[in-house]
Write a protein that binds this ligand. Structure first.
Ligand code: SF4
Ligand code: SF4
Length: 86
């Protein structure tokens, strides 16, 4: 019998004009939290980061679309979109 792994694909849009680089989204993301607890130094695995005073999307492979980052952003700079349902 064949098994299939299903995973939705999400995209996050950053309205850079509104973003103040506070980093609340970065620290709120549970994926980032897990990587931090593991002391994982690979920056490319983290979902979001702040560079040059703005939020930047790095890696959404592990993003489960929980929306915590969107909720954490006080300037409403983030928009979460489901791009592919698998
Ligand atoms: S939607 Fe959830 S998992 Fe994806 S980047 Fe935001 S906080 Fe992290
Ligand atoms: S997107 Fe929002 S929470 Fe994230 S750094 Fe910018 S202002 Fe802060």
């Amino acid at each position: 019998m064949e098994t299939e792994t299903r995973k939705n694909v999400y995209r996050i849009h950053v309205r850079t004009r509104l973003c103040n680089g506070c980093g609340d989204c970065v620290t709120a993301c549970p994926i980032n939290e897990r990587l931090r607890l593991e002391n994982n130094p690979n920056e490319e695995l983290y979902t979001l980061r702040v560079r040059n005073g703005k939020c930047e999307v790095v890696n959404l492979d592990a993003c489960d679309g929980c929306g915590v980052c969107v909720e954490a952003c006080s300037t409403r700079s983030l928009k979460l979109e489901l791009v592919e349902e698998r």
